[in-house]
Design a binder for this molecule. Structure first.
Ligand code: PA5
Length: 476
């Protein structure tokens, strides 16, 4: 893929205990078979949902073509397209409020949080409205049942809208595909009650300050209808929570944050084009899966470390943790994901990765160009800290040395590393990256004989929790 994210597995090819190309090549026909199945029968079944066989249910494969579908509608339907509506609502919120609370959990939260951390200043919420260019402060809640964090946010937001100016006002984007997830529903009730007080008799204002993103029906849908929300967005059929970043679930928060959602979608499309056209091991999605499966099957390397060399992408690692865990952690299978951020975690986890059990594959996520101009190690009139030798080098150069040194150390001890390189953190490259990992996960699931969609195991704790929610079982 040129001008694009790049996957390389050179660091996993070594003798005698690493991988070799012949072994990888043997996996290619099975992977190619899966690729064809995803591109043909899965897509066909999505148009005839009544024919989906039980072992493929749910079939949430509509994420694949969603980016190009939305872009096509944008060109043909113009003002009526979902993208234009998303952009219009985002602009309205930017003009009318100073803070937006995004309520959601799991797949209804992690993508938006990734975008916030990737593209906005880590100090965004501390900046003045002018310094933020009118982009509201952004907060995330409804992703936990933590009393103190919800309480602190409610205190922070305040409830006096009497002045009428945007500075004091805030809005809620509530995201839940099912509309019934307890964490999000409870938080919504809480934030709604404060918003109602703040709006007083002004029901129209209330209806403009809540934007739901939910399924075609359900409890949230009903509640939003009763509030008469002026704008609502739908999570499309056939798109599961953790695969929904390219629907309004991710796009509306992204647009509110001022992120270029068209480039973001185009990025996903370019990953698709590569996936559609490249066969067998020329396909970087299939390459990644082949390498990971072989590391697991041949060398029992079941811990998949995503080693991120950029602080702003830590939440991307958490997004991938969820994607891998909920998609493949089934039937006593599925690698265990672990996110590390370097160089920070070289001082916490690296000892174990270097000398601990040989059960890990390290995938480096490397960003070639920082978003800001490079900081230089300066001069000091004296040299007590003995840094004169590296004076004049930049932070990116120091980072590069750390990456090279760490990879070499693993290599010297026959520990496999893979690299995914992004030219920079931009909406287009992140679009490529999200789609890349969703595709690798679906392909891997199919090769392992698992349905990557759905998360039946999560239902068990929910059932038991319901039992314990009876007042008689709880203390005050
Ligand atoms: O990937 C998934 O489907 C889940 O993680 C869901 O996103 C999560 O459970 C939240 O569900 P909902 O959007 O229905 O509130």
């Amino acid at each position: 893929m040129s001008g694009q994210i790049r996957f390389s597995y050179e660091g996993a090819l070594f003798e005698p205990n690493g991988l070799n190309k012949d072994e990888l090549q043997k996996l290619a026909p099975a992977l190619e078979q899966v690729r064809k199945e995803i591109l043909t029968s899965d897509i066909e079944l999505l148009t005839n949902p009544q024919e989906i066989p039980p072992n493929k249910q749910p079939l949430d494969g509509a994420f694949l073509e969603l980016p190009q579908k939305l872009l096509l509608e944008y060109q043909t339907l113009k003002e009526k397209s979902e993208i234009r509506q998303i952009l219009a609502v985002a602009e309205r919120l930017q003009n009318e409020v100073d803070a937006v609370v995004i309520l959601g959990i799991g797949g209804s939260y992690m993508g938006a949080k990734t975008l916030f951390d990737a593209f906005l200043s880590p100090y965004h919420n501390e900046l003045s409205r002018a310094e933020r260019n009118g982009i509201p402060r952004i907060y995330f809640e409804g992703n936990n049942l933590d009393n103190d964090s919800a309480s602190a946010l409610l205190d922070r937001l305040g409830n006096d809208f009497s002045e009428g100016s945007p500075e004091k006002k805030w809005a809620v984007v509530v995201v839940s595909k099912s509309g019934g997830t307890l964490e999000t529903a409870v938080a919504f009730r809480k934030f709604l009650s404060t918003l109602k007080k703040s709006c007083g008799q002004n029901r129209r204002l209330l209806s403009r300050l809540i934007v739901p993103v939910t399924g075609k029906s359900g409890k949230l849908y009903d509640l939003a209808t009763s509030i008469r929300c002026e704008d609502k967005f739908e999570v499309p059929e056939g798109v599961g929570g953790r695969f929904s970043i390219f629907s309004a679930v991710g796009l509306l928060p992204a647009a509110v944050m001022g992120i270029d959602i068209l480039s973001f979608l185009l990025g996903a499309v370019s990953t698709n084009e590569h996936f559609y056209s490249e066969k067998e091991l020329d396909n970087q999605v299939l390459q990644y899966v082949a390498v990971q499966i072989l590391c697991e099957q041949k060398n029992n390397q079941k811990i998949r470390v995503l080693s991120i060399w950029n602080k702003s992408l830590e939440s991307f690692g958490f997004w991938y943790d969820q994607l891998l865990s909920e998609s493949l952690g089934k039937d006593e299978q599925g690698a265990t994901p672990l996110t590390v951020v370097n160089t920070r975690d070289l001082h916490s986890r690296a000892q174990q990765h270097q000398e601990g059990r040989r059960d890990k594959v390290i995938t480096n996520l490397i960003i070639q160009k920082p978003q800001e101009g490079p900081l230089v190690v300066g001069d000091l009139s004296s040299n007590e800290d003995q840094l004169d030798e590296i004076s004049g080098l930049t932070y990116p150069q120091l980072m590069q040395a750390a990456i090279l040194g760490t990879n070499q150390a693993y290599r010297d001890d026959n520990r496999p590393t893979l690299d995914i390189t992004l030219p920079e953190v931009s909406p287009a490259f992140l679009g490529q990256l999200f789609q890349y990992f969703m595709l690798t996960t679906v392909v891997e699931g199919r090769v392992l004989g698992l349905n990557p969609y759905g998360q039946p195991g999560v239902e068990k704790y929910k059932e038991l929790m319901k039992k314990f929610l009876k007042r008689s079982n709880l203390t005050d």
